[in-house]
Design a binder for this molecule. Structure first.
Ligand SMILES: Nc1ncnc2c1ncn2[C@@H]1O[C@H](COP(=O)(O)OP(=O)(O)OP(=O)(O)O)[C@@H](O)[C@H]1O
Ligand SMILES: [Mg+2]
Length: 350
């Protein structure tokens, strides 16, 4: 019997131990998670330093780095969990979205493991993985809830109706918030990855620079965003002040940008929780590691009955535990792939 035929007979186990594999960008990450909530081990090998000198991720460098790191990351995770491959009940892997060459390394590796061990192969959406990071933060968290999805490629207010059904209430019409942080970092002369560096600089400044209000006179969804105008306003401010020979207070500019970029996320998320009558708000994606956002949200839910779930910062940026957490949900649905599974550079958010 080949893998495809055997795969039809895979049984769904209770309390499964799932290995998550994430290679969509510049982190080679492998994690082992029990029952979708308990992290047994995780290993991340980042190639960020190699990309820093180019000011952003170079896809071919990322793919090559995954190829050399993935076996070590897997061995490290198994060793730390004191387990062998035989103890793993399923292999969950990011199938998309992301850099195609980078994804292919993880997908091919997961296929090989599933084939060799005769265990289920579970394809996972990277974005659903980001949202699932909240289940690791609060072991009792159950849908429904609202999440702010704020990453390098996405910005949205998402209604998580059940473990398997999510509705996007509104999203960015142009740049993602993380992308705006990265572009503003570049114009301020800060190195890659930009978000954490903008946050660091912003701590030394005050929000004194007037920046335009997002989506003024906009008639679309009240939960939509637009970061392109804000980013351009920062770039124009730098160029205009430089042309006038006026010295720029970079810390004040970073702080002003951070306020404009983040306050609107907080405002729309709180509105969505109240409008839907939900009790829980979570955050997901790399920008959710931003300290100002986390503080602003904590402040906004004070004296309300909203339960705020903040995943640890390391589970906001790309990691494999979140892939195993979402993999657990897919595993329970019996959503297994066969060995024709392919990587997808673009995946519609569902
Ligand atoms: N402390 C921070 N403050 C602001 N932005 C941050 C912070 N930490 C990380 N980011 C931003 O988060 C982004 C990376 O997050 P993430 O890894 O979720 O994105 P991605 O995987 O590239 O995109 P996506 O998940 O949408 O495919 C980058 O744009 C980075 O600048
Ligand atoms: Mg990501």
């Amino acid at each position: 019997m080949n893998y495809l035929e055997r795969a039809k007979g895979f049984v769904i186990k209770e309390n499964p131990i799932i290995m998550g594999i994430e290679t969509s960008c510049d982190e080679t990450a492998v994690a082992i998670v029990k029952n979708g909530r308990e992290i047994l081990a995780e290993s991340i090998i980042s190639s960020a330093v190699e990309h820093a000198k180019y000011g952003g991720v170079v896809p071919e460098i990322a793919s090559r780095a995954h190829t050399t790191a993935i076996l070590t990351a897997t061995k490290n995770a198994l060793k730390d969990a004191n387990l062998t491959l035989d103890d793993i009940d399923a292999f969950a892997v990011t199938e998309g979205a992301g850099l195609l060459g980078a994804l292919l390394v993880g997908v091919s590796f997961a296929k090989a493991l599933a084939f060799a061990t005769n265990k289920p192969l579970v394809p996972v959406s990277h974005i659903r993985g980001h949202i699932a990071a909240a289940y690791l933060a609060d072991k009792n968290l159950k849908p429904p809830f609202i999440t702010i999805l704020a990453s390098g490629g996405h910005t949205a207010i998402v209604e998580v109706k059940s473990y398997t059904e999510s509705v996007c209430l509104g999203s960015t019409k142009d740049d993602a918030v993380g992308e705006a942080f990265d572009k503003v970092a570049r114009v301020l002369g800060l190195s890659y990855p930009g978000g954490p560096n903008v946050e660091r600089l912003a701590k030394e400044g005050s929000p004194t620079v007037q920046l335009p209000k997002m989506l003024k006179n906009y008639t679309g969804s009240e939960y939509d965003f637009s970061y392109s105008g804000l980013k351009t306003a920062v770039i124009n401010y730098v160029h205009n002040q430089t042309a006038k020979g006026v010295e720029i207070n970079k810390a004040d500019l970073a702080c002003s940008f951070q306020h404009s970029a983040i306050d609107v996320l907080v405002e729309k998320a709180i509105k969505a929780v109240k409008e839907k009558g939900y009790k829980t708000l979570t955050i997901s994606g790399g920008v959710a590691a931003n300290g100002y956002l986390r503080k602003a949200l904590s402040f906004a839910v004070e004296n309300t009955d909203i339960n705020l779930v903040l995943p640890e910062k390391k589970y906001c940026t790309d990691n494999a535990s979140m892939i195993a957490a979402e993999g657990f949900i897919q595993y329970n649905q019996g959503k297994f792939a066969d060995l024709t599974l392919n990587a997808k550079a673009v995946m519609p958010f569902k």
